[in-house]
Design a protein around this ligand. Structure first.
Ligand SMILES: [Zn+2]
Ligand SMILES: [Zn+2]
Length: 142
């Protein structure tokens, strides 16, 4: 799947519901990139890193979970702020993903694809987690 096939809606999603609901996966992905911002390479505390996604919920639903690897970046809060403030083109964001080492890409795809049915939260919990996050730091496109 090529990035160019993804429609630009002009609306930059900050993070997918999926990541708001899967804290453990988020943590594992941050560890997969060695706790470094993928743009400035600065080493950060895991809590200071954000998983930024550049695909909207509708598009994301059409992809396999593991394919979301192509639409996410692990960023420090500063780079994350910049990417939103300067409205970085999807092309540029995709270029950062393409520079990601193959080993790390594989690792992230594995983390994303791993879904034991038994611990899947019911939809209501997921909605709550989303609403909670929206009401706090994610509200203004943080
Ligand atoms: Zn973001
Ligand atoms: Zn950074």
């Amino acid at each position: 799947m090529a990035l160019s096939t993804v429609k630009t809606t002009g609306e930059m999603m900050t993070t997918l519901r999926f990541f708001l609901a899967h804290y453990i996966k988020v943590k594992k992905i941050k560890l997969a990139v060695e706790g470094r911002c993928e743009v400035c390479r600065k080493e950060c505390a895991l809590d200071d890193l954000v998983i930024h996604t550049f695909i909207n919920e509708d598009e994301a639903e059409k992809h396999l979970l593991e394919d979301l690897e192509e639409f996410l970046l692990v960023l420090c809060s500063r780079c994350h702020g910049d990417i939103h403030e300067f409205d970085a083109p999807l092309e540029e964001q995709g270029a950062v993903v393409r520079r990601r080492p193959e080993k790390i890409r594989t690792q992230i795809r594995k983390i994303l694809a791993y879904a034991p049915k038994t611990v899947q939260p019911p939809d209501s919990d997921l909605e709550d987690a989303y609403r909670e996050a929206c009401s706090s730091r994610f509200r203004y496109g943080a």
